[in-house]
Design a protein around this ligand. Sequence first.
Ligand SMILES: *[C@@H]1O[C@H](CO)[C@@H](O)[C@H](O)[C@H]1NC(C)=O
Ligand SMILES: *[C@@H]1O[C@H](CO)[C@@H](O)[C@H](O)[C@H]1NC(C)=O
Length: 244
Amino acid sequence: MKPKPPIIVCFLISLILSLSLFFSLCSFKITAHPPPQNPNSDLRIRPGYATYNSYIQRQLNKTLNPKLRKIWTTRDWDRKIQVFADFFKDLKQKNLISNESKALCIGARVGQEVEALRRVGVSDSVGMDLVPYPPLVVKGDFHHQPFDDGTFDFEFSNVFDHALFPDRFVGEIERTLKPGGVCVLHVALSRRADKYSANDLYSVKPLVKLFTKSELVHVRKVDGFGLDTEVVFRKIKKEVIQGS
Ligand SMILES: *[C@@H]1O[C@H](CO)[C@@H](O)[C@H](O)[C@H]1NC(C)=O
Ligand SMILES: *[C@@H]1O[C@H](CO)[C@@H](O)[C@H](O)[C@H]1NC(C)=O
């Protein structure tokens, strides 16, 4: 048998070496990124904010963007109000909100959802955002709401992904809701939100954990401007006194 030319031997040796390197890298990659195992890992805070002020500045940058504000108040205005009104009519049919409810929309920007609530008959509605937009939206930080305990019957938000401290975001909702009050969140579970997001949510489990003073009412799929899931909580009426 004729010996193989050296060039072929070299080729075979390097092929074997690179294949084994490839497979060892693959197995490293798998062990370096285990799938989420506990409920907490379904909620991940995005890194990169050195201070609370730098986070607020970044949020303001989107909210104050003149081009976006123009779109929100012109091209988007009627279309979005219509979609929000349909969501709120559905919640009315389910008796989760009524004309008499005192309602808050968190992170409302220019207040399309507030306008929608008022149009379906929930006249005592207001929005809150870092930048006010009178008369629909007052100034406030959802990490530290400017409202007394037990103020609202209903709170709505589609900006959970912007919360740098999800426990405070939820804690403030539970503080300012009346006992029996309802919170409706629209969140994205199956797609990642925009570059201004401060967290990524992969299931409703972390929300159920964060709402310590509420019970889960329902979870359903929706089509809400890139957000795919509606999660509804009701604040429990009586404090459960431990050990009594
Ligand atoms: C805000 O956005 C503009 C344009 O995208 C950018 O030039 C500016 O540096 C940003 N400012 C902050 C505080 O992030
Ligand atoms: C609630 O308000 C809407 C709009 O003003 C009105 O059409 C509707 O009849 C009201 N519903 C009740 C139960 O009063």
